[in-house]
Unconditional design. Sequence first.
Length: 94
Amino acid sequence: MRFILENELKKRGLRNNLTGTEYIREGVLYLLSRPAQPCPRMMDEVYPAIARAAQTNRGNVEHCARYALRSAGCDGTVAGVIKDIAATCRAYED
């Protein structure tokens, strides 16, 4: 699973040296840890969980993740990219 996740991040051009890439990775892992549950609201549940783990705030999580996406030239929102990568990883699980 970790290999698929890293491959998806790399395919999207997300650089490992950016904090935002780590936050996106953690968001995907958070969603993958909840297989049978409906997708949570990102700002209400996922970003605060990432922020607690990284000892920062959810606004910083969103800002750094957006910067990582812009740096990679990715279209879409942070939440959309996290959900898309999680869905791709789940498809490989089956």
